[in-house]
Design a protein around this ligand. Sequence first.
Ligand code: CS2
Ligand code: MN
Length: 368
Amino acid sequence: MALATGISIPGLSELSNPISNEVLEAKHLAKDAGIEFCLAYFWGIEPRKIALAKQMNVLGAVGGINPSMVSMKGSDNYDFQVIKAVKEAWEKEGLKLKVIEGPPSLYTKTKLGLEGRDEEIANFIKFIQHIGSLGIDTVCHNWMPVINWTRSNFEKSSRGGALVSSFDIKEIENQPMITEFGEITHDKMWDNMEYFLKAVIPEAEKAGVKLALHPDDPPVDSIRGIPRIMTSVDAFKKLLDLYPSPSNGITFCQGSFASMGDENNSVDIPAAIKYFGKREAIHFVHFRDVRGHKNNFEETFHDNGKTDMYKAMEAYYTIGFKGPMRPDHVPTMAGDSNKHPGYSTIGTLFAIGYMRGLIEGVSKVYSG
Ligand code: CS2
Ligand code: MN
């Protein structure tokens, strides 16, 4: 039976009565081509955002493990009971915790290869084993010690006066230079990555957990003496070759990949999606866009950046991506707060609507 949207769901007979929830649900999955749309909740339970998510039928949650969120302040965030309580707290809200982003016990000592990294890694392995036993199978991590994702401006005026974040390397050049960790080499950062992968990936495989490494953002060579290594398509090819495994994969943050390169050459986003998709290495997607390049860029509305977002979504469809996808950073729109830049609620609504329209359009073209 071909539904109004032209999406045929095999095995469905003509319905004499109004369309059933099962069919609607199936249509929804078919509608998003099986991609699991999610929203990020980095500040705990947000009732309004959850209500809006349910109205949009976006039931995947992405967040961290915060003991205070489940009144277990003081407990370790890699403790089984804490993780179980966090998972159940989201289920109580009618959502499913699909990805843990910003995982416990993966911090500076591991990334910089300092004394004490083995204890951090041992606790990270406990975390992996616990989430595997609880059916949570994807972890978004990054290799940005000391200075995480960063910008030089969090309130740049964009279309219609919406606020976006931007980065201009010239604006940070006068920051205090070298951190207390001194100058580290890129080779050392790769050695630390290899040490980590060799310890963790075998355990992640046993636990059925996929690690999805997020690109460095911004993807510049280094900031204040701390090298950045996950700053190119080639770096991600090297990551996959370092330890080939279904558990060693990528968070394809489209905005971070789109800001790689310079004013003369940019990453071909659809081609990169297809390349890493063919290697079955994309475990999680951050669907966003920018204008500019790594030394000078600004974030944009999803329909106003440098990337052909239809072709990007088409690429996810043609590689058969069926994993979690979230809108990532969005502009702060009129009447919304810029308290958490990139995570405006109104901006998220615009993004989800755009993403759903794109995947519906792609699905229609490919499924007739
Ligand atoms: C973001 C992340 O930089 C990015 O592309 O996806 O840095 C994300 O905002 C943080 O990891 C959230 O803690
Ligand atoms: Mn991202």
